[in-house]
Design a protein around this ligand. Structure first.
Ligand SMILES: Nc1ncnc2c1ncn2[C@@H]1O[C@H](COP(=O)(O)OP(=O)(O)OP(=O)(O)O)[C@@H](O)[C@H]1O
Length: 210
């Protein structure tokens, strides 16, 4: 089942076209890693897919309220504790429980600590745990490993795998090797990008279709 369909998309930032010709289909259980040099337009593409800025060209199809975005900012409420932050977002998204999210990113021991008193990596873990309480199937992640130590990157990958295993999907912009070999890879170059179809398959599944 296709969760996100991106066809011949072009995006722009600051009035300048960043990239164009981006096409991929993301099916349930699949992940796509966006790669490319600084400034090529990975953030711009994710922001556009999320709906934070308009498309320059092309089409993006996803079910209503299917997308959860984790950008560079963790989007935390500094005065609220870890638990209260997750409860806040759970209430917004209509989720019932936050315990799995606390566990997934190893936040139980920090549950009562205000977000302003967390380290950078701990804040990032909380920001990522928020994805789980959205209940949304398509996660768009912009440099999710920033500030994370080795063990926390492993937690993120484990959380991603669980999400994919439950029929979710993810697009991840990252400069590091995540250790998620089942993910497709989209290399972004100036004004062009490879076309991909990402399906739920056990191993690497890059497949050109355009
Ligand atoms: N607020 C802004 N106003 C104008 N131009 C911007 C703005 N933010 C980014 N840009 C420009 O848009 C282009 C794409 O930036 P973008 O942040 O999407 O790149 P990126 O691939 O995510 O980079 P990085 O790997 O450094 O995170 C760059 O040339 C950048 O200078």
């Amino acid at each position: 089942m296709s969760l996100l369909s991106v066809r011949d998309v072009a995006v722009a930032r600051g009035g300048l076209r960043a990239i164009e010709g981006v096409s991929f289909i993301l099916n349930a259980g699949s992940a796509l890693v966006l790669r490319g040099p600084n400034g090529i337009g990975k953030t711009t593409l994710l922001r556009t897919l999320t709906g934070l800025q308009p498309l320059v060209a092309g089409t993006v199809e996803a079910a209503p309220d299917a997308i959860a975005y984790a950008g560079h900012s963790d989007g935390l409420k500094p005065a609220l504790t870890v638990t209260e932050n997750l409860r806040f977002w759970a209430d917004i998204f209509g989720s019932r429980e936050i315990a799995p999210a606390l566990g997934a990113m190893n936040l139980r021991e920090l549950a009562a600590r205000p977000a302003h008193a967390l380290s950078a990596g701990q804040k990032r873990r909380l920001g990522l745990a928020r994805l789980m309480v959205t209940g949304r199937p398509v996660w768009l992640l912009d440099e999710p490993t920033v500030s994370l130590d080795h063990d926390s990157v492993a937690l993120l990958v484990s959380m991603l795998r669980d999400h994919l295993g439950r029929g979710g999907a993810a697009v991840i912009a990252t400069h590091i090797e995540l250790g998620l070999p089942e993910a497709g890879i989209l290399e972004l170059g100036t004004f062009r990008a490879a076309n991909l179809r990402c399906e739920s398959r056990p191993a690497g599944f890059n497949e050109a279709f355009g």
